[in-house]
Design a protein around this ligand. Structure first.
Ligand code: FAD
Length: 494
């Protein structure tokens, strides 16, 4: 068949390129030739250190042992993200990955919290999160869930360059051909418009049947060659730049990312075993690059150990991430600011979809359309989750926050917030990445207080609710009392 895929060419060897190579070689096996071109002269973006729990699924699908991985990539454990100053200037809350409380038959847990509150009690949602109780004390050890024990979940922080190298060694050992060269030009078929060959600076050419564009913000194939449009979301997410720098390791290793709001953006702090990743995401309408750098410099713990890396970006997604025989994965496919650390997950999920739709027998319009529809849907859901953090703010200290508080939301997001505010109800969208505990913590943390609880919870006697809450607090206190510090736990693995 004309378009049968026997040779996949990946352009780019950042996190996206090497995740793509590792997953494709693992799932397609020896029948499909896989080549990856990267350029040590061009380099990678050099950020992307915080993840969400799906990273564990990715690693285990590649049979990567956790202990080995932790040692190789300078990793630490991540129980959630601490948001500082997001709801209002002095607010502080955590979006943790675990369960919050335990759902009772037919009724989500948080309705019992609302029930108690509506009866005048002062109940803190995070008293029922094992993740939070461990995180705030800088403790870590996995705990099994049970009838009175909320499930714990975690992700990792790691050195993005080491992770890409780790996957490179994995993929190359399984047969991926690696070429270090600059792609100077791209040839397309005049009839079909498909990419046929990459011309390299070493005078070689590389032909292929399917091309994965992992060339980062350059988007060499999907945009520069095929001209696929970019859908801009800057009217919802006004930050368009970041400055990043590394510093020494933190004295006590927090098992969470910090996200600290500033008038013109927000700052991240990502603790690794041997160093700390820092950055400021900001709007160029609020800060000049020099101002941003100065704000970051005064906000980091200790001294900078690297140069300051300035990054410009556009927030949005490709109209058609898969077009003709090019699939854009990673930064070439789109970008959502790293507030919820979702980019590496989006690379993983794009590859899963590509593997499910893999065009062994030739590229079909139906598979391409389905891939594109699902990618756009997933991105829009995550986009709305990020927007909720910005929109639900009580800050009045800059045009950025005022704009975000008053901006018009997508219908889906406006509906979700109103439903929660009016009724306390949160329902998970089919296959949405962020489920009820995530939305609950962010809406609560950003100050939304529902006026009602579910009738099942409302009909439960207050004493019964009190007993249930006390039982949960007691169950959580047991493993917390015996848990090693995060640093001790890492020490046991290293
Ligand atoms: P890059 O790393 O830019 O790699 C591009 C590759 O293409 C390189 O190997 C380069 O050599 C190659 N290339 C380009 N042009 C050519 C050419 N002509 N010839 C040959 N090779 C070429 N994600 C998260 O999941 N968590 C985070 O905490 C996070 N934080 C971020 C913070 C910021 C400020 C930014 C901007 C992004 C962040 N991300 C984060 C996203 C994450 O960094 C990326 O999704 C991830 O690194 C993938 O990048 P990439 O591989 O697509 O591109």
């Amino acid at each position: 068949m004309k378009n049968t895929v026997r040779h996949v060419v990946i352009l780019g060897g950042g996190t996206a390129g090497w995740i793509s190579a590792a997953m494709l070689v693992q799932f397609l096996g020896a029948d499909t030739r896989i080549s990856l071109v990267e350029s040590s002269r061009i380099g990678t973006i050099g950020v992307g250190e915080a993840t969400i729990p799906t990273i564990k699924t990715l690693n285990s699908s590649l049979d990567l042992g956790e202990q080995h991985f932790i040692r190789q990539v300078d990793a630490t454990f991540k129980l959630g993200i601490q948001f500082e100053g997001w709801g209002g200037k002095d607010s502080l809350y955590m979006h943790t990955f675990g369960e919050v409380g335990k759902d009772q038959s037919f009724c989500p847990f948080h309705h019992y919290v609302l029930r108690a509150r509506l009866a005048g009690k002062d109940v803190d949602l995070w008293d029922y999160s094992l993740n939070y109780q461990a995180a705030r004390r800088h403790l870590f050890a996995p705990v099994r869930s049970g009838p009175d024990m909320p499930a714990m979940d975690y992700a990792y922080h790691f050195d993005a360059a080491l992770y890409a190298n780790y996957l490179r060694d994995y993929a190359v050992s399984k047969g991926v051909e690696r070429i270090d060269a600059v792609v100077e030009s791209v040839r397309t078929d005049p009839e079909s418009g498909h990419v046929t060959q990459l011309h390299l600076d070493n005078d070689d050419t590389l032909g292929g049947d399917l091309f994965i564009d992992c060339s980062g913000f350059r988007a060499l194939l999907i945009e520069q060659t095929l001209g696929v449009k970019f859908i801009d979301w800057d009217h919802w997410l006004p930050c368009d730049r970041a400055v990043a720098v590394q510093s020494g390791k933190l004295a006590s290793l927090p098992p969470y990312t910090r996200s600290i709001a500033h008038p013109g953006g927000w700052q991240w702090q990502i603790p690794l075993q041997s160093r700390t990743g820092n950055g400021l995401v900001y709007s160029s309408r609020e800060y000049s690059d020099d101002q941003a750098r100065a704000i970051l410099e005064s906000g980091i713990d200790g001294d900078a150990t690297t140069d300051y890396n300035l990054i410009r970006f556009r927030v949005g997604v490709r109209e058609r991430p898969w077009h003709k025989n090019v699939v854009a994965v990673g930064l070439s496919g789109g970008f959502l600011e790293p507030l919820e650390s979702t980019s590496i997950h989006l690379v993983h999920s794009a590859l899963l979809r590509l593997i499910w739709c893999f065009p062994h027998q030739g590229i079909s319009r139906f598979e391409v359309d389905e891939f594109n529809r699902q990618v756009r849907h997933e991105w829009a859901q995550i986009r709305d989750f990020i927007i909720a953090h910005y929109h639900l703010n009580n800050r009045d200290d800059s045009e950025l926050w005022r704009h975000c508080a008053s901006m018009e939301l997508s219908h889906e997001l406006a509906h979700k917030i109103s439903l929660y505010r009016e009724t306390g109800k949160l329902l998970r969208e089919c296959e949405a990445l962020f489920g009820i505990p995530s939305w609950l913590q962010v809406l609560e943390g950003q100050g939304v207080r529902p006026g009602e609880c579910h009738p099942i919870a409302a009909a439960t006697a207050l004493e019964e609710v009190d007993d249930m809450l006390a039982r949960l607090r007691q169950s959580i206190s047991r493993p917390i009392g015996a848990m090693p510090s995060h640093a001790q736990f890492i020490g046991m693995l290293a």
